[in-house]
Design a protein around this ligand. Structure first.
Ligand code: PLP
Ligand code: CA
Length: 305
């Protein structure tokens, strides 16, 4: 990285930075788009990067959609030619981990929505979901447990409830049952100044109930980078991570040995980055971006001929 310099770059300096890298990893929400609106200039910036020979990857902690839905979202928002294979979500990577790294034999008890369930199934995993359980309603004292469950995966789940929590912590009594979380995000901004709780808050409930710690798959864990690197032969020294959240994206970049760029179109502010930089504590240094831009719209003037 650039030593956590928190250096504001634009124009020729940004041009030089981009020229020095082969691959660019983008966080999605807060960098590429905000909700259903593309960040101004983002589609053009991605197109120009590719035209300049860069490989571009999208790394999102959002587990709510399967890969193919993201590909549709990119095209709906005006990004042309973004392929599923370039999109790495915490749901996709969780499924990849369970299949390829853990080589899971047995079922996954999944707490999550459509994106989580679909990615697990696309990976050929056997999924148990409370939302799909039918039959009589059981009380918390006598619900059935599936003896074939060998992993619990928790992600963002708008239908999170007590029975899911109760089942998950029963499965987790067996220390051989794997405990995974899609991502550690505490909350996300919504429109109109509201926020929504994130997967991290649901994971915290399971951690408390089970007295165990989940293994986190999404940013800032290194696994998402390893997942991309295993498919595309990435070199950390030649890769740039662009994100809007210091505690996930920038730490992820630091954990993986990537240069990092903070954009100011999302969650974190320049003041927060500066505070981490001025902090005495050495571990806070990993939250400090190497570079700061207002927006990836700034990439445009740096990429134009
Ligand atoms: N998870 C959920 C449920 C979200 O709504 C969001 C952002 O809106 C995220 C995760 C974060 O996504 P990203 O990593 O692309 O910022
Ligand atoms: Ca983000």
């Amino acid at each position: 990285g650039g030593g956590g310099g928190c250096r504001r770059v634009r124009g020729p300096e940004l041009r030089e930075l981009l020229a020095s890298k082969r691959d660019v990893l983008f966080d999605c929400d807060g960098v590429i788009w905000n909700g259903e609106a593309a960040v101004a200039g983002a589609p053009e910036a991605v197109r120009l990067l590719k035209q300049r020979g860069k490989r571009v990857f999208f790394v999102t902690n959002n587990c709510t959609r399967p890969r193919c839905n993201y590909a549709h979202k990119f095209s709906r928002l005006g990004f042309s030619g973004v392929a599923e294979e370039e999109i790495f979500s915490s749901a996709y990577c969780s499924a990849a981990y369970l299949r390829d790294v853990a080589q899971l034999r047995g079922k996954v008890f999944a707490i999550g929505g459509h994106g989580v369930l679909q990615e697990l199934r696309d990976a050929g995993l056997d999924v148990v979901s409370e939302d799909e359980a039918d039959g009589p309603d059981f009380s918390i004292y006598d619900f059935p447990l599936d003896p074939e469950v060998r992993a619990v995966l928790v992600g963002f789940d708008e239908k999170f409830n007590f029975i899911k929590l109760a089942k998950a912590c029963c499965y987790l009594r067996d220390s051989e049952v794997l405990f995974l979380a899609t991502d550690p995000d505490p909350w996300h901004p919504l429109r109109g100044g509201r926020i929504t709780p994130g997967s991290g808050s649901l994971t915290a409930a399971l951690e408390t109930a089970s007295s165990r710690k989940a293994m986190v798959i999404g940013k800032p864990s290194r696994f998402m980078f390893e997942c991309i690197a295993s498919q595309f032969d990435l070199d950390p020294a030649q890769s740039l991570m662009v994100g809007d959240r210091l505690e996930t994206d920038i730490l992820f970049g630091a954990n993986c040995g990537l240069s990092t760029v903070l954009t100011l179109t999302g969650v974190s502010t320049l003041e927060q980055a500066q505070e981490y930089k001025d902090s005495e504590s050495p571990e806070k240094k990993d939250f400090v971006p190497d570079y700061v831009v207002d927006s990836i719209g700034d990439f445009l003037e740096a990429l134009e001929e």
